[in-house]
Write a protein that binds this ligand. Structure first.
Ligand code: CO
Length: 669
């Protein structure tokens, strides 16, 4: 241990007024964003953050991460929550501690590069709604993708934290691409861009403690701005890496409150406070007030999310990450996708194919969205390739990557794969080498025109600009133009309790007994749950009686919406096959089955997913190989081509419909 870490145990006292350390480690708390994103599929609701918000504000965190990453997507898609409203609401409770968000640079809070006008408007609106620290990263560490957002962050007077995504190709730091020089050079680039701080972002929990020490030490020597370490616990190394980083002089460490910590999330704050107590890096935090926050989270909040937690394994670490140097979230996505395709037995082939695909695609870091891009392509290769042909089904995103639309890859893309991917690519068959967004036409005006009469302000328009399909659907819910489906409504602790009691009853074999009382009529608050007890399955309706109705938005009721609410929807609400999402809607399967029989060659869904759009209409002529329908699966767009020449005879779904594997999407005759 170096001298500045010498323990000064003069006073073993953990009251809040203990002597201040000479160089306290600053802490960014991630509970309200990365914590629930990592453990609970980003399903945390604003109403479940409010009970602890004011207490969190008192702790003394350097920043609270409250927004960005996947929150914008899941909120409007799965939670019927306006993402902008969360910022404004939390800001009313948290007045002292700066807010931090994860900004995917030109990808904003989505999965592709948006045009400069959308990027500028988004950053301005985020700042206006209360964001303070813009933790900005690019999946390829191509900082040309920062060039649009950084000046806006700066002109809004906000903190620009530049990220270096940590990745490796070897079991430990080093090798030809991702070595110490690579990270030092990236840090210098960020400092030259005006970064107010630099975050080493270890999204997969890959950084080993001694590598963390070496990098932090080197970064502290190379640049002047504060250094922040963000390391996921996934592999089990992060707590050790935190300590070594602190010894190397790191300025800021990211942690979670303990109920939201560990597994694929981050180390908890409480053990770190105790570890540093009395040293010259003492956080100064009051461990008793942390305990009080934990109590509320454990008792009042976590029960609502427990069912989402993947606790099928006893182990809380994933040694596959150590074996495959791959993010845990990506691995679980792959497993989910294979499971949905009934191909879980191919997982070892996927592990073997993954490094090959990554190398073909330029040895890119694996972080959203590149982890999905590499992951889904890997699964496609394993499922659809044969000995005669590789890369049979190339996703739209891989084509974009090959074109240069994500930026510059760490090493050049395999030219054969690139050529195949760009055959017939609409933007051109020659890849670009400029800043990617330079080739994008402005998008904001068109988006505004598209949602005229529906969107009320720029915030609404941006939801649509970033997520056209689900964003539009959300705006229709928000303004009462479409009924809000049950499965996006919040559940209460009472409902959780009722469900638990039913499971207990079922386990005791008492669920079949007939009730003496006559059942009351089913009301509007009825929620349906599937209850699985070993191999038995029950559908259970739970209704809270006498409870106040939940009001998400107050606005004039629309007669059309009320009428639509009573009519049974023809197809289930759109639900893409996102990680941890409940199974694709059975109603969509019914719709497919009910479609009139038309003779011809069908295009079947090769995987469960959501229809983005049909590029053809009934009656259109198509030639073999031409794209007919875009299907989104695991957030990747797949262009499905006509298998034969002919005319479109029938189209069985519409944009935003969920479809099961094998569904007949359309028929060519
Ligand atoms: Co993270």
């Amino acid at each position: 241990m170096s001298d500045h870490n010498q323990v000064q145990m003069t006073q073993m006292n953990y009251s809040k007024d203990r002597p201040k350390a000479a160089n306290p480690v600053k802490i960014e708390d991630l509970t309200l964003r990365d914590g629930h994103q990592s453990l609970f599929a980003t399903r945390g609701r604003t109403e479940d953050m409010i009970p602890v918000a004011e207490m969190m504000d008192e702790v003394g965190f350097w920043a609270l991460e409250t927004w960005g990453g996947a929150t914008f997507d899941t909120m409007h898609r799965f939670l019927n929550e306006d993402p902008w409203e969360r910022l404004r609401t939390l800001k009313r409770y948290i007045k002292k501690t700066p807010f931090s968000m994860l900004l995917r640079a030109q990808n904003l809070v989505g999965y592709r590069n948006y045009a400069d006008d959308v990027a500028r408007a988004f950053v301005e609106r985020a700042a206006a709604n209360g964001m303070d620290v813009f933790r900005t990263f690019d999946a390829l560490n191509d900082y040309r993708n920062f060039e649009t957002v950084v000046p806006v962050i700066k002109s809004c007077g906000k903190h620009f934290q530049g990220c270096i995504c940590y990745t490796m190709t070897e079991p430990r730091l080093g090798g030809e691409v991702y070595n110490l020089d690579y990270y030092v050079n990236k840090a210098k680039d960020l400092e030259a861009m005006g970064a107010d701080s630099i975050c080493l972002k270890d999204m997969a929990g890959l950084i080993a403690p001694y590598d963390a020490y070496a990098i932090i030490k080197a970064l502290k020597e190379a640049v002047k701005v504060p250094i922040n370490l963000h390391s996921h616990f996934t592999s089990g190394m992060a707590s050790m890496s935190h300590l070594k980083a602190i010894e190397a002089g790191v300025d800021i460490i990211d942690t979670c409150m303990s109920p939201y910590a560990y597994r694929t999330s981050h180390p908890a704050i409480e053990p770190l406070v105790m570890t540093l107590l009395g040293t010259n890096r003492d956080t100064g935090f009051d461990i008793k007030s942390l305990a009080a926050i934990n109590e509320i989270l454990e008792k009042e909040i976590c029960p609502k999310y427990r069912h989402i937690l993947d606790d099928t394994k006893l182990s809380i670490i994933d040694i596959n990450v150590l074996l495959h140097q791959t993010p845990g979230g990506m691995l679980s996505n792959l497993v989910n996708q294979l499971r949905e395709m009934d191909a879980l037995d191919k997982i070892d082939q996927v592990y073997a194919e993954l490094p090959r695909v990554r190398k073909d695609l330029g040895q890119i870091p694996l972080v959203t969205p590149t982890s999905q891009i590499v992951g889904i392509q890997t699964v496609n290769n394993v499922l659809f390739d044969d000995e005669n042909e590789r890369y049979k089904m190339i996703t739209g995103q891989v084509k974009d990557l090959c074109f240069g639309l994500y930026g510059k890859t760490a090493v050049p893309i395999n030219p054969e794969v690139q050529k195949k991917a760009l055959k017939g690519y609409p933007r051109g068959e020659e890849p670009i080498c400029c800043r990617p967004a330079q080739v994008l036409e402005p998008e904001l005006k068109k988006a505004q025109d598209d949602v005229k009469g529906l969107a009320v302000d720029l915030d609404d328009e941006l939801i649509y600009a970033i997520y056209p399909v689900t964003g539009k659907r959300f705006l229709q819910w928000k303004y009462g133009k479409e009924p809000v489906p049950d499965d996006v409504k919040p559940i209460t602790l009472e409902q959780i309790k009722a469900k638990k009691e039913l499971i207990q009853k079922a386990l005791a074999g008492k669920l079949v007994e007939k009730t003496e009382k006559e059942a009351p009529a089913k009301g509007d608050n009825l929620r349906k749950f599937n209850v699985f007890v070993d191999d038995d399955y029950f559908e259970v309706g739970v209704e809270e009686i006498g409870g106040a109705p939940v009001v998400s938005y107050i606005q004039p009721a629309k007669a059309a919406a009320a009428a639509a609410a009573t009519a049974a929807p023809a197809a289930a609400p759109a639900r893409p096959a996102a990680p941890s999402a409940p199974k694709a809607a059975p109603a969509a399967a019914k719709a497919a089955a009910a479609a009139p029989a038309v003779d011809g060659t069908p295009i079947n869904a090769p995987m469960p997913g959501m229809i983005v759009r049909f590029e053809k209409n009934v009656g259109d002529k198509v030639s073999k190989g031409e794209t007919v329908v875009i299907l989104e699966a695991m957030k990747m767009e797949n262009a499905l081509a006509a298998p034969v020449d002919g005319t479109i005879k029938a189209i069985n779904f519409k944009s935003s419909d969920s479809v099961p594997k094998g569904a007949v999407l359309c028929v060519i005759g």
